[in-house]
Design a protein around this ligand. Sequence first.
Ligand code: SAM
Length: 228
Amino acid sequence: MSYEYQRKMLVEYLKREGVIRSKDVEEAFLAIPREQFVPEHLKEYAYQDTPLPIGFGQTISAPHMVAIMTEELSVEPGNRVLEIGTGSGYQAAILAYIVSKDPRGHVYTIERIAGLAKRALINIAKAKPELLDFITIAIGDGTLGLEPFAPFDRIIVTAASPKIPEPLLRQLKPMGKMVIPVGDRWEQILQIVTKDEKGRIRIRDSIPCIFVPLIGEYGWKDNLYQYY
Ligand code: SAM
């Protein structure tokens, strides 16, 4: 079975499950080849709905989790989005596909492991080179946000945090939205954070989830799962 066929089957499954709900997210999932974001020896599993290892003890999230987070983020063409945890670059590519429908859109993504950030750049270049104009990859501690490019319409954190990092709340625009897994190291709740026009914050609990830890000044201070 071709990757394209497997991708269509996965999208049909995620729609049937009610996970993909919008046209924008469906189109992005059909356009971005997930097989380009996983290691060569795992390509045959690229369209199974499961997380996969990407090296450095990190993972590419399961497709249903990428879809749920992207839908919850309500990302729109033209949005300026900040992602914490570039990993393979897949989520950044999905987001960039949507925001780039309006040329003002841009995705800034931060990764603390330089080797992953470099690989993510290569993955995106192979998968959809035209998206490179809409994606900036930074190396560093994403819990600090990305002050020079703030504020952001949307913020997505793809690693588990003990609390919502204060710099991220500050760098979210009024009427902005953030999705972030918050909890302990073993399980978390996906929280949906909104800021109203007066800067008031509201937090809604979405689904339970399990992410690798967010390591940094406003996250976990050490990594219990370090497998370099
Ligand atoms: N979004 C990724 C994708 O599409 O492949 C998956 C992200 S993976 C589940 C979590 C990533 O967060 C890892 O690559 C990890 O190195 C990164 N990470 C953890 N703490 C971080 C921090 N403080 N700043 C930036 N990246 C961080």
